[in-house]
Design a binder for this molecule. Structure first.
Ligand SMILES: [Zn+2]
Length: 130
């Protein structure tokens, strides 16, 4: 029995019929494209992890060294990036529990970076007053 690819609509001979992860009929070309997309997604999940933990590390470092609130800005930017990426429900679903961990790291990084910024501001104000 001949079938057509669910993605591009090409008719497929029985020997050419493949199935995607949801059990739909798919041709070889579309399956390869889907696998590549998945690989990219996993790779970007790795980037997300790096960004989340850089934000966290930056937040801790900001207490020691925070020139011009640079680290405060960086940690908040990292946190926003992580949340934006995880807001993509498809990606969040794929990441599952590790995604929750990344969210926590992002929150902690932003909180630390923000706190370090406030502490620095208070220190500066104290300097100005004194
Ligand atoms: Zn196809």
């Amino acid at each position: 029995m001949e079938d057509t690819c669910g993605k591009c609509g090409t008719s497929l001979a029985p020997a050419k019929i493949l199935y995607d992860e949801y059990g739909g009929v798919i041709c070889e070309k579309c399956l390869e494209a889907a696998e590549e997309a998945l690989t990219n997604q996993i790779r970007s999940a790795g980037t997300l992890k790096t960004v989340a933990y850089s934000g966290l590390g930056g937040g801790i470092l900001a207490f020691l060294f925070n020139p011009y609130w640079l680290l405060t800005v960086v940690t908040v930017a990292c946190g926003v990036y992580v949340f934006k990426s995880l807001g993509d429900t498809d990606k969040a679903a794929r990441l599952g529990r590790p995604g929750e961990k990344l969210k926590k790291a992002a929150i902690l990084g932003m909180a630390l970076g923000g706190m370090a910024g406030v502490v620095q501001l208070l220190r500066m104000m104290g300097k100005l007053a004194g």
